[in-house]
Design a protein around this ligand. Structure first.
Ligand SMILES: Cc1ncc(COP(=O)(O)O)c(C=O)c1O
Length: 372
C-alpha cells in the first residue's frame, strides 16, 4: 500500500479503479476549502491570502513539471488551454496541425476552427490502437506548425515516448503541444521537452474542476501574445486616462484574463502538496506494478487489450475493447467496483490509493461477468 485509503473520502466500501475519469477527494481538502471561506470573509487581507496560495500552488505546479512557476498559468480547463493555443499563434494559409485519431475531442476539435484560415488538420490513424513517434513524424512537413498529442491516451492508455517525440518535432521546426491530463500525478512530466503542456486537475492530480495547469515554454516563444484579454493581462494598469494601453505581464499570468477559480486553486495546492510528499517517481513505480497485474489478468481472460505492455509506454490506464462497455460498467458497479467505460472500451485506472487486493477483486469479478 502506498498511501492509506483513509486519506480519501468514499473509499471505504468500493474498489475505485477509475482515476482516469474522476478521483475521490482527499479528506484534507475539507480544511483547504474551509481556509478559502475564512479568507474570503477577510476583505483585502483575504485577497492577499488568495494570492499567496496561488503563488504557492504555481511553485508546486512548476516543480511537478520541472519548469519555472513563471511559465505556469491557471486556466479553467484543458479544453480552454488547447483553444487558447489555437487562437494565440499566427497562422498562414497552407500551415498544418498534426494530431492522432485516438485523441480526446478537446485535443482535436479546437484545431478544426482554423480550417477557415486555410490551416489543414492532419489526422494520424492509429495502428492496432498504437500511434508511434514514426507515425506522427510521417505526417510532419515544412508547413507543420503544431504537433498536438496526449502524453498518456485517455482511450488506449498508451504513453508517448516524450524525449523521442520532442527530438522529432523540434528537428522539424514545429511546436509540440502535450495534453498531460492522464500523466500528471501518475508519472513524471518533463514539460520543458514540449512548447505547451496542459493538464486537467480533477483526475490523477487529485484536485477539483475549475482550474487547469497550462505551461508556456517562454524561452522558445518569448513574444507569444495572449488572445483573450482582461484586467489581469497587463503588467500594470494604466487607469482611466489610457484605458486601452497595456503591456502584458512578463510571466504566464498574461494568459489568465480574470480571477482564477480561487477555491479550486486552494484545493489544487493541497493536492499537489500531498502528491509531492509521496513523490511522483514512487507513484509511477507503484502504478506500473499494479497496471502490469491488470494487463496480465486481462490477457488471461483473452480480452483485446489496447494498452502497450512495455512500462515506458504505459502509465496508470489499462484499456480493453468492450462493445457493451456501459452494461459492463453498471454490472461491476452493482458489485462495488468502479471502472470507466465509453467509446466501446473499458479503462481500468490504478492510482496511489489502490492496492493489489483491489486489482484481484476486479479481475475475479470480471471473470464472472457475462457481458464481456
Ligand atoms: C486527454 C484529456 N484531456 C482533457 C480532458 C478534460 O478536459 P477539461 O479539463 O477541459 O474538462 C479529458 C477528460 O476526460 C481527457 O481525457
Amino acid at each position: 500500500m502506498l498511501v492509506p485509503k483513509d486519506d480519501f473520502i468514499g473509499l471505504d466500501d468500493q474498489v475505485h479503479l477509475c482515476a482516469g475519469g474522476e478521483t475521490p477527494a482527499l479528506k484534507s481538502h475539507q480544511d483547504a476549502v474551509a481556509r478559502f471561506f475564512l479568507d474570503k470573509a477577510r476583505g483585502e487581507d483575504g485577497r492577499d491570502q488568495f494570492e499567496e496560495t496561488y503563488l504557492k500552488c504555481k511553485e508546486r505546479a512548476g516543480r511537478l513539471f520541472n519548469v519555472s512557476p513563471e511559465e505556469i498559468a491557471f486556466l479553467s480547463s484543458t479544453s480552454e488551454g488547447v483553444n487558447l493555443l489555437a487562437h494565440a499563434l499566427d497562422w498562414e494559409p497552407g500551415d498544418n496541425v498534426v494530431v492522432a485519431d485516438v485523441e480526446f475531442p478537446s485535443d482535436v476539435l479546437p484545431w478544426t476552427r482554423l480550417e477557415r484560415l486555410g490551416v489543414e488538420l492532419r489526422l494520424v490513424r492509429h495502428r492496432e490502437w498504437q500511434v508511434s513517434v514514426a507515425d506522427l513524424e510521417s505526417r510532419i512537413d515544412s508547413r507543420t506548425r503544431v504537433v498536438a498529442v496526449s502524453l498518456v491516451s485517455f482511450l488506449t492508455g498508451q504513453r508517448q515516448l516524450l524525449h523521442e517525440l520532442s527530438r522529432a518535432v523540434r528537428s522539424s521546426g514545429a511546436l509540440l503541444s502535450v495534453d498531460a491530463t492522464h500523466a500528471a500525478g501518475a508519472v513524471p512530466v518533463e514539460a520543458g521537452l514540449a512548447d505547451f503542456v496542459m493538464s486537467s486537475c480533477y483526475k490523477w492530480l487529485l484536485g477539483a474542476h475549475g482550474v487547469s495547469v497550462f505551461y508556456w515554454n517562454r524561452s522558445r516563444l518569448p513574444d507569444l501574445k495572449p488572445p483573450f484579454l482582461g484586467w489581469h493581462t497587463p503588467a500594470t494598469l494604466t487607469g482611466w486616462r489610457h484605458p486601452t494601453r497595456y503591456e502584458p505581464r512578463p510571466d504566464a499570468a498574461r494568459f489568465e484574463p480574470g480571477n482564477p477559480s480561487w477555491i479550486s486553486v486552494y484545493i489544487l495546492e493541497n493536492a499537489l502538496g500531498y502528491l509531492s510528499r509521496v513523490g511522483v517517481p514512487e507513484i509511477e513505480s507503484y502504478v506500473l506494478e499494479l497496471s502490469e497485474r491488470v494487463l496480465h489478468g486481462l490477457a488471461e481472460l483473452g480480452l483485446e487489450i489496447m494498452t502497450p505492455s512495455r512500462p515506458q509506454e504505459r502509465a496508470g490506464n489499462v484499456c480493453f475493447v468492450a462493445p457493451r462497455e456501459k452494461a459492463v460498467m453498471r454490472w461491476l458497479d452493482e458489485r462495488g467496483i468502479l471502472i470507466w467505460g465509453d467509446s466501446q472500451r473499458i479503462r481500468v485506472s490504478t492510482h496511489l490509493y489502490n492496492t493489489a487486493d483491489d486489482v484481484e477483486a476486479f479481475l475475479e469479478t470480471l471473470k464472472r461477468c457475462p457481458l464481456v
